[in-house]
Design a binder for this molecule. Structure first.
Ligand SMILES: *[C@@H]1O[C@H](CO)[C@@H](O)[C@H](O)[C@H]1NC(C)=O
Length: 279
């Protein structure tokens, strides 16, 4: 479980000079437009940031299924992010020509001018390495760089003629404590055979690591929570019904004081992650 939450946290601030000669090679991100500035010398430059991806700092709340009962109160932690725009997939036409490979790192520096050795460059390299490693046994994994590639991957698992649906937790407001007690207001199981969890990876545009566990029984819920501060969160809650193949050292089992197979293990999803299910 632990390795799904990539150990990387940073604010990527890229300074990009848009020289007309190279601008066609440069990926334009929605966030770039927000902060584009004209400089005194007449050259326009863009300062765009990649949202802080505080995956290392975020500790998902692990629990078991029976704690989710309407009226009960549980402590849950959700990370704060301002908005989802850095986590929205770009269309394929914007990303398909950009290599996604650690072999192409020198070329990538043309698209994303980051200083070699900087935190940002390291994060890009780590994400590429993570995406290139062998998938864990029994899992069909993929790093997806566009909405169309997500659709293709999901249809390959769910069925080529199926419509897919993406579910996410709602955002918490900036005044909501990261960890607080929430009262469970409602819990609805999303009836689905196949569940594909996807986790946001640190990268200059939206990249998701999706992993489908073959022959694993998962249950997926939308749980409405009301925080002590009054904030409501509609949260994605996933239960892995069979923890017997898990390592005794997995963070979730240690946290819950469980042995592999002793119980299902469930966790809430932060808003920047997503789950794909059949429509
Ligand atoms: C949640 O409530 C319990 C019981 O009142 C309390 O002991 C605990 O400190 C609270 N947790 C948080 C994060 O506020």
């Amino acid at each position: 479980m632990g390795n799904e939450f990539v150990t990387c946290s940073f604010l990527l601030l890229l300074f990009l000079t848009l020289d007309p000669g190279v601008s066609s090679n440069v990926l334009r991100l929605p966030s770039m437009d927000l902060v584009e500035q004209k400089e005194d010398d007449g050259h326009s430059s863009s300062h765009f940031h990649m949202e802080t991806v505080s995956l290392a700092n975020y500790d998902p709340t692990f629990t078991v299924m029976k704690v989710i009962q309407v009226g009960k109160t549980i402590p849950v932690s959700f990370p704060y992010i301002k908005d989802l725009s850095p986590y929205q997939f770009l269309p394929r036409e914007k990303t398909h020509h950009i290599p996604f490979s650690s072999k192409a790192i020198p070329e990538l520096h043309r698209y994303f001018p980051v200083f070699p050795g900087s935190k940002q460059a390291t994060a890009i390299e780590q994400t590429l390495k993570f995406c290139e490693r062998d998938p864990p046994a029994g899992e069909a994994t993929a790093c997806l760089t566009s909405f169309e590639s997500l659709t293709d991957y999901a249809r390959g698992i769910i069925g080529s003629d199926s419509d897919i649906r993406i579910v996410r937790s709602s955002l918490i407001s900036s005044s909501t404590p990261t960890l607080q007690n929430y009262t469970i207001m409602e819990s609805k199981e999303i009836l689905t055979g196949k569940v594909i969890p996807c986790h946001a990876e640190p990268y200059p545009y939206a990249v998701y690591y999706c992993h489908f566990q073959v022959n694993t029984d998962n249950k997926l819920f939308m749980v409405s929570l009301r925080g002590e501060n009054g904030d409501w969160v509609d949260a994605v809650f996933l239960c892995h019904m069979d923890s017997s193949p898990w390592s005794v050292e997995s963070k979730a089992l240690i946290r819950l004081g469980l042995k592999p197979g002793e119980s299902e293990v469930c966790h809430f999803f932060p808003a920047y992650d997503l789950v794909v299910v059949p429509q």
